[in-house]
Design a protein around this ligand. Sequence first.
Ligand code: PLP
Length: 411
Amino acid sequence: MTIHTNGSSSSNGIPERSVYLDHAATTGVLPEVLEAMLPYYTEKYGNPSSVHAWGRAAHQGLENARRQVATVLGCRPREVVFTSGGTESDNLAMKGVAWAYRRGVFDNKQPSEGPGHLIISAIEHHAILHSGEELEQHGFEVTTLPVDQYGTVNPDDVARAIRPDTVLVSIMYANNEIGTIQPIREIADIAHSRGALFHTDAVQAGGLLPINVDGLGADLLSLSAHKFYGPKGVGVLYIRANTPLMPQQHGGSQENRRRASTENVPGIVGLATALARAQQNLASEAQYVKGLRDQLIEGITTRIEDTHLMGHPTQRLPNNANFCIAGVEGETMLLKLDMRGVGASSGAACASGSTEPSHVLRALGVSRELAQGSLRLTVGIDNTPEDIAYALDVLENCVNELRTTEVAAKV
Ligand code: PLP
């Protein structure tokens, strides 16, 4: 299989141009990020817990990375825990806090007050939804809040759901499918005023929105490097000092006893380099991708009839365009786009391949029929206005072809 890089090419059967529009699924590692990582594979490969020179070099790389991440988050380095990615960070936040309550290590709550209760939203990533289901198997109770037609959680619903034994409210900063940004500061304040902790899955926000933990009111916050031009398989869980949390993986005493296992030093250095770079360019890059995203939205809504923008019209990630296109089947559309060099996704990447509407579209109340035509386009700093113009031409053609075939099949 040939993987196209963004750019144009032409020859028989090969797309004129290839345009990757799936940056919410993952991004490519930037050269400067890879460059920062390489010495930790080839020269400074020691175990950061070892006392010798190799170990000390790796330890220094690890702790520098921790300081870089802490600077972006506006927290202390000790509050940064490196993990294997967004999924692990979400699991650790949910299960770590829930089990800490059950073990009686909360200052302000006792297990006698109830089984332990968590509040999440219906459009969380599966890492949160399935962690909640797992906790329910152990007697914890989870309230899953609805969202409105734009995918926004109503803070009043959070206030109504909180109980004396609510230990954690976990609401994502921005949704991976429809891009809706939640009023998380307001939700965090409500959680705190009622004695609960607040976690946010900021995996999609990293590199696109400000992630200062005090500004957001987060006690815990998840990030994943591969969403902001860093490597896959490495993430962060920010844990505010004195937050009760039971480790979920047992072994060595790494990461201040909160996450056992030898640290992935090259990956962590890559994560920190990518995050610091993104932070430095946050305003200009968010503005750049927003321009491309708006070009997409404008082009799709004016050139293709019967298209519906999913997610919030303004409170949305600057790189996300998500549509339901009436009269087409999403998976077929993706294949056609791919054949012409455009990489897109239907709903969340992990839900692809299933013909069921994603849990996010269901939560918005989108009909099963319309949800069939779901298309997520997420732009990145490696895209150009010419890429978007090409993708729009291809998309318009694909939709016309699919709709014609559909009509012909019915005749
Ligand atoms: N949370 C959100 C919102 C995501 O979009 C993703 C990945 O798509 C994850 C969590 C999981 O992150 P990772 O792939 O690093 O496990």
